[in-house]
Design a protein around this ligand. Structure first.
Ligand SMILES: Cc1cc2nc3c(=O)[nH]c(=O)nc-3n(C[C@H](O)[C@H](O)[C@H](O)COP(=O)(O)O)c2cc1C
Length: 192
């Protein structure tokens, strides 16, 4: 898969097949994150792979899903993520660029997953205190974000944004529609 094609086809996936992801692939995703750009090449991030089924269930309880979908929704038991990669930061106060480093790492993980036809969703609405204790992390580590992973069981579509409404929505067939701003509305070439 070409990188541009992976970028175009990647959507946040929140419904997954209950098929395990080989650990070797999960390690490849972390390897892709390991060599992402990092401010001053400080490389402040570490990555926690959650692959064990019962640990996956515990991590699931710390997450919040698709806030725009009403009434409140979360994947049912037979469509939950089968693995997570949790982005960790050691001593977060020492580095002002951590959010950017973590974002580049997260995108590397998600695009590498996409190239294997594995769906992902980066998640930041997390009960961090609870997750910290579930993962038994040392005090100096902080959870930045969690990437939910699994083979896709939904195929969200993008559509042109209407009336500046950014809210994604589900149609009667349960297809998720994700509004995106049009290229001509965000691009400036040689002059503003
Ligand atoms: C910083 C950040 C935090 C996010 N946190 C969550 C989250 O907690 N729960 C969730 O379901 N999706 C979360 N998302 C996914 C966004 O809802 C999603 O990227 C957005 O709706 C656009 O859809 P797309 O990823 O398919 O293009 C997050 C995305 C980003 C970039």
């Amino acid at each position: 898969m070409k990188v541009y094609d992976a970028i175009l086809s990647r959507r946040s996936i929140r419904r997954f097949q209950q098929k395990r992801i080989p650990l070797s692939l999960l390690k490849n995703f972390v390897n892709a994150a390991r060599i992402a750009p990092s401010a001053a090449n400080l490389q402040p991030l570490e990555f926690f792979i959650v692959n064990d089924e019962s640990l996956c269930s515990k991590v699931f309880e710390t997450l919040s899903w698709a806030a725009y979908i009403k009434p409140a929704w979360a994947p049912s038991e037979d469509e939950r993520p089968v693995a997570y990669i949790i982005i960790l930061v050691k001593n977060p106060k020492k580095n002002p660029w951590i959010a950017r480093d973590a974002s580049y790492a997260a995108e590397n993980i998600m695009l590498t997953a996409e190239s294997e036809w594995i769906g992902s969703c980066v998640m930041c609405k997390i009960d961090r205190e609870k997750l910290h204790s579930i993962l038994e992390l040392p005090d100096e580590y902080q959870v930045d974000s969690t990437i939910a992973l699994g083979y896709k069981s939904e195929n969200p579509v993008i559509e042109d944004i209407k009336d500046n409404d950014v809210k994604y929505w589900r149609d009667k067939n349960e297809v998720l529609h994700v509004p995106k701003r049009k290229l001509e509305d965000i691009i400036h070439i040689d002059k503003f």
